[in-house]
Design a protein around this ligand. Sequence first.
Ligand code: AR6
Length: 197
Amino acid sequence: RRPDFADSAYRTFLDNPGARDIEPNDAINDKIALWQGDITTLEVDAIVNAANESLLGGGGVDGAIHSAAGHGLYQECKTLDGCKTGSAKLTGGHDLPAKHIIHAVGPIGYKPKLLGSCYWKSLQICDEHNLKEVAFCCISTGIFGFPNDAAAQIAMANVRQYLERPDTQIERVLFVMFLEKDKHIYREHIGRFFPPV
Ligand code: AR6
């Protein structure tokens, strides 16, 4: 069965003006989609940032999110007292179209358990706060140097396992790729973790 693209949540993702080269068939099933573009443009319940332990901003996607969300985000982050590697904390979206930001702190280098726990913890935060649509960037694969292919498989494996929990209220997970190479990697592996329905 093809996903129902009249569904407004999918249209939010796929009609986004930041989208490049992503056809509707990249919505794999009712719950999962791949999307290429700038995560700061997405109108979803939560976007997941790739932060550092200070939670006070930096380069990469973290810098882009802080720039787009405005100074109010920095002010809120200052109250959070940082975050441990492998964990995540929630803030408001401030000037972003997304309602919330989950700041996940990925590991530096190849530490698979810590990367997996960023995804798991972010999804737990969604359920704790009734956030039903969440978009992940490719945590740790930029400045922090985690190998892209392994990171993508860890991301998808954790999301798949989490969504099998009978008590989860999460309705949609979006994997956001910024780079061409990540788009190819996600397309290569997604069918194993999320077979088309
Ligand atoms: N939208 C979506 N994805 C993006 C965007 C964007 N606007 N910009 C970059 N990416 P990185 P890390 C992708 O380096 O490796 C910061 O200084 C990028 O292509 O942002 O976890 C923090 O403060 C890559 O796929 O994060 C930390 O100190 C992914 O986002 C450190 O970098 C993550 O790359 C974290 O390093």
